[in-house]
Ligand binder design. Sequence first.
Ligand SMILES: [Zn+2]
Length: 570
Amino acid sequence: MSYEVLARKWRPARFEEVVGQEHVTTTLKNAISSGRIAHAYLFVGPRGVGKTSIARILAKALNCADGPTVTPCGKCDSCKEIVDSRSLDVIEIDGASNNSVDQVRELRDTVRYMPARGPFKIYVIDEVHMLSTQAFNALLKTLEEPPSHVKFLFATTEPQKILATILSRCQRFDLRRIPVPMIIQRLTEIAKDEDVAVSDDALLAIARGSEGGLRDAESALDQLISFKGQAITEDDVLSVFGLVSRSALEDLADAILRGDMAAVIGLVGALDSAGKDMQRLVLDLLSHFRNLLVCSCARDSAIELDIAESQLDTLCRQAEMAAPERLIGISDILVETDGRLRYSLSKRTLLETALIRCARAASAVSIEEILQQLNKLKKSGPPIGRSASAERSIPAVSTAPEASSTPAAAEVSNSEEPVEAGDEVGMLKTRWHEIVERVSRVAPLARSALLDSCPVSVSDDTLVIGFDPEFAEHCEVMKSARNMKAFRLALRDVLKRDIEPELRILKKSEAVVLPADVPATPQQAHDDDSPVAEKKSARATAGAIKEWMQNDTVRKTLEAFDGEIVDVRE
Ligand SMILES: [Zn+2]
């Protein structure tokens, strides 16, 4: 028996055998069984997803001895001839090599002759976008008034290159890239039939490498069988495709998320020395971080991701390692790097730099976050060391000790992270940013609203949250049921007990508690223009800087960035 390539041997013979394009095959079957067959179809999609396979099945369905039928027999002369590409009634034309006007004219002339055997004369034109404009125009003449015995089946990867006048005369079907799990399933069937042992990771690597094209995946398996024989490992696949292994990819993502620059550089170096394609690596990382983002923001949709089941655990674990904003930041850097890498001579250096930026984006606190935190500290009270006024800003703190006798508070003291009841406002203030993040994970709109608020006082069942009067509308935003629910949950996570937030717009006087030396009123701020005020303000700034230097968060921020306070502003 002669050797037949896998892609051909496994080419689908019936609509039911087409993988991953049910939306197309179902519609076509309905059209056939209801007798509403259009005279021109256009199949659009990336290479190897089944465009011409579907066109051939459709041709068989129309011209089968039993036809038109949704289940062509595959045994009659017409079906056999179509499978062997020798049917006189089904004319296959490759747009890429047959694009002269003469050839299309010839086509136009032959269209007039009746089919030799079947009821229809069917023209299958692959890569139809490659036809020249003149050829298109000649074709258009036929398309405008096709004889009833003629059907056109066009396939293209680039529909935007087809004339609108042609497009408008076709029924268009968009074929999808085939999802990884479906490709894996198909390859598993083929491997079993061919009696070849292929490891799961190897199957995943083939599916990844073929980018949604089943034909490419089948050809790759074919190539691997001739190259490796009856046992195929992930390493074999990776070396054929220049792909990076799943574990190496996950390790690299892990190092980036941990902010471990040394590990990042080490891994990139190793991959480069192993001859891996750096451009491909960036795309693989990009798709990995995109998956992480889905796991992080929409855990329920993770099941829809185009991944093998074995990847899900790692993805969920890594998604916990960084907030969504940072994952977006990393993806942005990777997109930019992908663009630059194409024109770069030193791909490895560029990639290293980019991944170090990613690692920093994963571990560093963003400027926005720092500004927000500083703002919060400023509003929630003066720096540590001014305990007298700090107490003033928390009027209800005295109610807290009573709370210690309630059951809820007793539970608190038993939990892993016991919170001194009297210190809850202080604790809430230091962890405010974290609470805001927790809330915004569930209710994104609450984020900006909460950033302009601060905890004011706490009793055993109520937490008073103050809003700056300037941002009164944020208080309204927070009152929505969804936001309040997310807020309650976040507070319970942090305080380890149920507490009802009470939202209150603060009076002007209590809204912002400032260090005494810093001018606060608009009048004073205006005076800053005068030289006297400048001196006064310089002195005030020096005082303010000194005070802020004693604040824990500020000090840590300065250490992290090796910075200094230059100015303190309202
Ligand atoms: Zn047949």
